[in-house]
Design a protein around this ligand. Structure first.
Ligand SMILES: Cc1ncc(C[n+]2csc(CCOP(=O)(O)OP(=O)(O)O)c2C)c(N)n1
Ligand code: SF4
Ligand SMILES: [Mg+2]
Length: 363
């Protein structure tokens, strides 16, 4: 007789801190945190860079998932920096997979647990199963195996931690590198002054449109409660879920280490990273409308990877952000429309708070 597969239902956290508690001048309560679990299945003692966005994401995701969790990680910074010889920071079972196999490995884990529980060989309940893949893995080398896992609807959460480059091998361009983002493979120069000419692949929308039965969401490390709740929603969803999380890379992007979380908010407030959820039951998108709309320079100037941008490049980025505001159903204020004109800009390195331009990024 087949045994029943019992699944966890993780309660959601109170989310007022994202937009509801608005007692500072920017409409953001940066200090709000609800009661969070004390456990940290991603413990201190790893070897990522100071201010590493993916490490912050790993910590919040595993705090939300809890102790009854199994994790896979395809090759990337978060495999290398987290697994020095004979040591990992995980207090839960964890496996390294080849960079292309995050999806297929996790499918196997999910199918294996389900079969073992049904046959009475594992007592259950069904554990939280998740994989955290970099953007190089999830949007490029390993996208096929993740898409296959989503299509087959394995009961697991597939996360892309997006630091917008192949970081571990020396900050090379990836499909999610933004327009004008400098990497070691997209240096700026006389022939190509903007560095990277292409806009980023819209990975999360590809996953939602391509797999309409899956729960899909975007978030950033700037909104810890949103990230933790979407982790729990993805795990509670019976079937496959995909989460795309913006995670700044201090080494590759060249910014002050204390600014990781701030960047995670500014990228949303400047219209460059729409935060949304796709509900497979109603086949609907729910967009977060931030209380503040900033010019893109408030975001770009904090990072050395953009320091080479000329006025026309900044104007192009603003035009892209404005189209994003329209796509999520927000008005584009007059002053942001005006900033689509290159004549309104100076070179980015001349903006206030501009970080030094760094040609040796990732070297
Ligand atoms: C098939 C294959 N190609 C290339 C590599 C080399 N490689 C190791 S880590 C890495 C970078 C992965 O980038 P990403 O997935 O974005 O993770 P990040 O390093 O940025 O955290 C690459 C290209 C590999 N391990 N396997
Ligand atoms: S290179 Fe970037 S992603 Fe890698 S450990 Fe450093 S900050 Fe984190
Ligand atoms: Mg990456």
């Amino acid at each position: 007789m087949a045994h029943e597969v019992i699944r966890h239902q993780l309660p959601l956290f109170d989310e007022d801190g994202r937009a509801g508690a608005t007692d500072d001048e920017h409409g953001r309560d940066l200090y709000y945190l609800p009661d969070l679990p004390e456990e940290d299945p991603y413990a201190a003692g790893h070897r990522t860079c100071a201010g590493c966005g993916p490490a912050i994401q790993y910590r919040w995701v595993l705090k939300a998932a809890g102790q009854d969790t199994v994790v896979a990680g395809p090759t990337g910074c978060m495999y290398v920096a987290n697994s020095t010889y004979l040591c990992t920071p995980y207090t839960v079972p964890w496996a390294h997979t080849p960079i292309a196999s995050g999806g297929s490995f996790t499918s196997g884990m999910a199918a294996g647990y389900e079969a073992m529980i049904r046959k009475g060989r594992y007592p259950g309940p069904y554990p939280n199963i998740l994989v955290m893949a970099g953007d190089g893995s999830a949007s490029d080398i390993g996208i096929g195996s993740i898409s296959g896992a989503l299509y087959r609807n394995h009961d697991a959460l597939f996360i892309c931690y997006d630091n917008e480059c192949y970081a571990n091998t020396g900050i090379q361009v990836s499909p999610t590198t933004p327009y004008a983002g400098m990497t070691t493979f997209t240096p700026f120069g006389k022939a190509i002054p903007e560095g990277n000419k292409r806009p980023p692949k819209n990975l999360a929308k590809m996953m939602a449109e391509g797999h309409p039965h899956c729960y899909v969401a975007t978030t950033t490390v700037g909104y810890p409660v949103d990230l933790m709740n979407k982790t729990r929603k993805g795990l509670n969803h019976v079937g496959a879920a995909f989460l795309h999380c913006y995670t700044p890379c201090q080494k590759g992007w060249v910014y002050q280490t204390s600014m990781t979380v701030e960047l995670g908010r500014r990228v949303v407030e400047s219209g460059l990273w729409p935060v949304w959820e796709y509900d497979p039951a109603g086949r609907e998108y729910h967009y977060f409308h931030p209380p503040l709309q900033r010019p893109v320079t408030d975001y770009l100037a904090l990072q050395g990877r953009f320091g080479h941008m000329l006025p026309e490049h900044v104007a192009t980025t603003q035009a892209g952000a404005n189209r994003n505001w329209e796509a999520i159903g927000m008005e584009v204020p007059r002053h942001l429309r005006d900033l689509e004109d290159p004549a309104r800009h100076q070179r980015l390195k001349d903006e206030n708070y501009s970080m030094p331009l760094n040609r040796g990024v990732g070297a």
